[in-house]
Write a protein that binds this ligand. Structure first.
Ligand SMILES: Cc1cc2nc3c(=O)[nH]c(=O)nc-3n(C[C@H](O)[C@H](O)[C@H](O)COP(=O)(O)O)c2cc1C
Ligand code: SF4
Length: 403
C-alpha cells in the first residue's frame, strides 16, 4: 500500500523535529585535531549540510575510548569530559544553521591498529581481521566487556551534555558491537556468544547503561543486516536483533549491511585501485613492482556485491513490519524518485545517505528544488580509501593532483 509522504516536509524522529526526512548517514570525516576535538572545518561542513535541507546529521563515528579509536585519519573522539565544550560549540552552530545532530558513538574492536590505540586490538573471539591483519585480537573478558559498556554510557552522557539531539550506537560494519552480534566473528560459548540473545547481550547492556545515565534522550542504533559469509548475519537474524533492540528501549534503527573487511559491501561500487596504491597502508607491505599483480587478485577478493542501489530496502521493509520504532534505511539511495518510493511504500520512515553528501553537500536542496533528479556520486569509493590518510573529500574517480 502506498501513502503520500513528502520527503521534504518537516517530521519527527524520536521526538526530535527534522526539517526533511533525508538524513546524512554517519561518515567519518577525518576533521578532528590530535585529541579528537572537532575542527572549524568540521563545523563548517555540518553547517553547510544544515543550511541545505539535511533532515538530521549523524556525525562520523566518534571514539568512546582510546582502545576503541579507529585507524582512519583524525577520528573525532568523545572519550573525555574535556571535549564537551568544543562539541557544544559545534552543536550550537549546527542548530543555528537549522538541523538537529546525533552523535554516532563507536568502539572499533579489532578493526583498528595497535599503532593507533597503543594496545592489542580486542574482539569477542581471537580471530584475525582480514583487513587490518594485526596480531590475533585479545578475547575480551566479562570484566572488560562491562567496562566497555560503561564507556558507551559515559560517551552518551557527554553527547547529551554537549547539546547533541541524540546518539547513535554503532552496531554495524564489523566494529566491536557488530563483532559480537555476528556469528561469523563471535565464536564464544559463554554468556556473550552462541544464541542470538547471547550475542546481543553486550548491546543490551550498553543500552541499559546508556539509558540509566541519559534518561529520556534519543538512542538509535545502526545495524548491519547482512554479511557476505554463509555463517554471517542474514536479514532473518537481523530482524530478531531489531526486535531485541526495540525491547531494550532503543528509539530507532538504521539499516545498513556488511563489514569493513568484506570490502565494498556496505558502500557498494567501484574498486578504487589507484588511490589504494597511494593511500593504503596495506600496499606498503608489498614491493611496489608487485602492485599491478595484486590488482586483479584484490579486485576479485573485494568485489562489490550487487545490486549497487537501494540494497538494504528489502531488509528495512522486513524490519519495519516487525517493530514499532522508526526505521531509517541507507545504502545506494541516489534518486529523488527512489527516496519518494521508499517512503511512500512504507519500507522505511526515513532515508539516509553518505557518499552523495560528500559529493554534493547541498543535494537535498537540489532534489527538493528539482534542479537535479539524481545524486552525482558515481560510487567510485575513492573517498572511502582516501579516509585513511586525508580529511574527507570527493575525488570523483580521480587521484588528487598532489599525488
Ligand atoms: C568515507 C566514508 C566514511 C564512512 N564512515 C562511516 C562511519 O563513521 N560510521 C558509519 O556507520 N558508517 C560510515 N560509512 C558508511 C556509510 O554511512 C553508509 O552506510 C554507506 O556508505 C552506504 O551508504 P551510501 O550508499 O549512501 O554511501 C562511511 C562511508 C564512507 C564512504
Ligand atoms: S569519491 Fe565522490 S563520487 Fe566517488 S564515491 Fe566518494 S563521493 Fe561518490
Amino acid at each position: 500500500m502506498s501513502t503520500a509522504v513528502n520527503p521534504y516536509e518537516k517530521s519527527k524522529l524520536c521526538g526530535v523535529s527534522l526539517p526533511t526526512r533525508i538524513i546524512r548517514s554517519a561518515t567519518h570525516e577525518g576533521m578532528a585535531d590530535e585529541n579528537g576535538k572537532p575542527t572549524e572545518q568540521l563545523t563548517k561542513l555540518y553547517e553547510r549540510y544544515a543550511r541545505n535541507g539535511v533532515g538530521l546529521i549523524i556525525t562520523g563515528y566518534m571514539g568512546i575510548s582510546q582502545q576503541g579509536k579507529c585507524p582512519l585519519y583524525n577520528m573525532t573522539m568523545i572519550n573525555s569530559d574535556a571535549l564537551i565544550p568544543a562539541w557544544k560549540e559545534l552543536t550550537d552552530r549546527v542548530h543555528a544553521a537549522g538541523a538537529p545532530i546525533f552523535a554516532q558513538i563507536a568502539h572499533s574492536g579489532r578493526q583498528t591498529r595497535k599503532k593507533v590505540t597503543g594496545e592489542k586490538t580486542v574482539a569477542p573471539s581471537p580471530i584475525r581481521d582480514f583487513l587490518y591483519w594485526e596480531t590475533l585480537p585479545h578475547r575480551l573478558s566479562t570484566k572488560e566487556i562491562h567496562k566497555i559498556c560503561d564507556d558507551f554510557a559515559a560517551a552518551a552522557l557527554r553527547a547529551k551534555k554537549a547539546g547533541f539531539d541524540g546518539v547513535q550506537l554503532h552496531c554495524a560494519h564489523g566494529y566491536l558491537l557488530h563483532g559480537f552480534l555476528s556469528p561469523h566473528t563471535n565464536k564464544r560459548r559463554d554468556k556473550w556468544g552462541g544464541t542470538t540473545e547471547k550475542r546481543f547481550r553486550i548491546v543490551g547492556e550498553a543500552i541499559e547503561k546508556m539509558r540509566a545515565l541519559v534518561g529520556d534522550f534519543p538512542i538509535i542504533v545502526k545495524i548491519s543486516s547482512s554479511e557476505k559469509e554463509r555463517d554471517g548475519l542474514n536479514p532473518e537474524e537481523a530482524l530478531k536483533i531489531a526486535v531485541l533492540m526495540e525491547k531494550a528501549g532503543v528509539d530507532g534503527i538504521e539499516v545498513s549491511c556488511g563489514r569493513a573487511s568484506e570490502g565494498f559491501n556496505m558502500s557498494r561500487g567501484g574498486f578504487p585501485y589507484e588511490i589504494m596504491c597511494t593511500d593504503n597502508f596495506r600496499f606498503e607491505m608489498f614491493p611496489k613492482f608487485t602492485w599491478p599483480v595484486l590488482k586483479p587478485f584484490m579486485k576479485f577478493i573485494f568485489k562489490s556485491p550487487l545490486p549497487l542501489f537501494n540494497y538494504n530496502v528489502d531488509t528495512s521493509e522486513m524490519i519495519k513490519k516487525a517493530v514499532k520504532i522508526p526505521v531509517i534505511v541507507c545504502g545506494g539511495i541516489r534518486s529523488a524518485s527512489d527516496i519518494e518510493s521508499i517512503l511512500c511504500s512504507g519500507k522505511a520512515d526515513f532515508v539516509s545517505m553518505s557518499r552523495p553528501f560528500i559529493c554534493e553537500p547541498n543535494l537535498v536542496k537540489k532534489l527538493r528544488d528539482g534542479v537535479q533528479t539524481d545524486a552525482r556520486c558515481i560510487n567510485c569509493n575513492y573517498c572511502l580509501m582516501g579516509a585513511e590518510r586525508r580529511p574527507l573529500r570527493c575525488y570523483y574517480g580521480q587521484l588528487p593532483e598532489e599525488n
